[in-house]
Design a protein around this ligand. Structure first.
Ligand code: PBG
Length: 325
């Protein structure tokens, strides 16, 4: 035998030398839930270890992230009041807007990205305006753009629309540009599937649709070429980063989007992925730490440059320890 693949697996030093996928803490983004009220740090039942924070408690978590070396967060807001037109999504004193001002004051060095969507703010839980039971595309665009602008004016460094309405990246880009925010990047949740993996998140944010489902706007998980279409469209509309979501069951899409676009690709390991790992680990059925590392490495290996994950702090630690990276 001349070629023996095992030669390069003989020691830890050699295995690390020939590693094809390398990861860095600077590519991690941690999703964070902020809610109205005071003195609140409440655990999300379906996401053991993840919390909802009121604004006064937020700095404690930001401090932990900062210490762990996780430099970027994605903020989600949970308002007190919901209505038909999602008023709190774009209110100047909305929960995300207030949280941004406070967080930027105390931790100006962190990078703040906001999820731009209406579902947490509408009484019906859909991501857009309703006409009867239809989610209307075009009348939603203005509200999404207003929401993005209000986030940026409150201090967001980047906005990330997750609603899956057609044309929203362009609508947001135009409104930001008109207001002088030409340099604020947009990370589009372009390749977002109608997925049962979002179950725990809807618990966390109280954003489950009151009727029907999201299949008229999020993508059918049987489709791959449609995901490419969405990604290319959003790049044309001005998206600076394209996200694939969920991550674990959609690694093929990460690779494809990476191959057909020339923008950075992000992948979001969503709440259901987190909950499955936690539940199995609590039962002693899997080795949680090793699973976290393997899920992350496979996502980067598929082509992601940016990884959104509820395990960001753990991963940062594993990277420091050289267990992964
Ligand atoms: C808002 C939004 C959702 C998630 C991110 N942004 C929920 C949904 O689309 O129903 C899911 C995140 C997760 O499950 O961790 N539209």
């Amino acid at each position: 035998m001349i070629i023996r693949p095992r030669r390069l697996r003989g020691s830890e030093t050699l295995r690390k030398m020939v590693r094809e996928t390398r990861m860095d803490k600077s590519s991690l983004i941690y999703p964070l839930f902020v809610k109205e009220g005071e003195g609140i740090q409440e655990e999300i039942p379906s996401m053991v270890g993840q919390n909802r924070y009121s604004i006064d408690k937020l700095p404690y978590e930001l401090e932990r992230l900062s210490k762990a070396g996780v430099g970027s967060v994605m903020l989600f807001g949970i308002p007190d009041v919901k209505d038909e037109v999602a008023s709190q999504a774009y209110a100047e004193d909305g929960i995300v807007q207030k949280a941004l001002r406070a967080a930027k004051r105390e931790f100006p060095d962190l990078y703040y990205i906001t999820d731009v969507c209406l579902c947490e703010y509408t009484s019906h839980g859909h991501c857009g305006m309703l006409c009867g039971h239809e989610v209307e595309n075009d009348s939603t665009l203005e509200l999404l753009a207003k929401t993005a602008l209000s986030h940026v004016e409150a201090g967001a460094d980047m906005v990330a629309p997750s609603d899956m309405m057609d044309g929203r990246v362009l609508a947001i880009r135009n409104m930001l540009d008109d207001a002088g925010h030409k340099e604020t990047p947009i990370m589009s949740y372009a390749v977002k599937y109608a997925s049962a993996f979002y179950g725990p998140f809807r618990d966390a944010a109280g954003s489950a649709p009151a009727f029907g489902d999201r299949k008229s706007y999020q993508m059918d998980f049987h489709n791959s070429r449609e995901g490419i279409k969405e990604a290319l469209l959003d790049v044309e509309e001005g998206a600076d980063i394209i996200m694939v979501k969920p991550a674990l069951s959609y690694l093929d899409m990460i690779t494809k989007v990476h191959d057909v676009t020339d923008v950075p690709v992000a992948a979001y390991s969503v709440s259901g992925e987190y909950a499955m790992v936690k539940a199995a680990a609590q039962n002693g059925w899997i080795d949680e730490d090793r699973i976290i590392c393997e899920m992350a490495a496979s996502t980067y290996r598929a082509g992601a440059q940016i990884y959104l994950t509820y395990f960001a702090k753990e991963l940062a630690k594993f990277m420091d320890e050289g267990r992964i990276g």
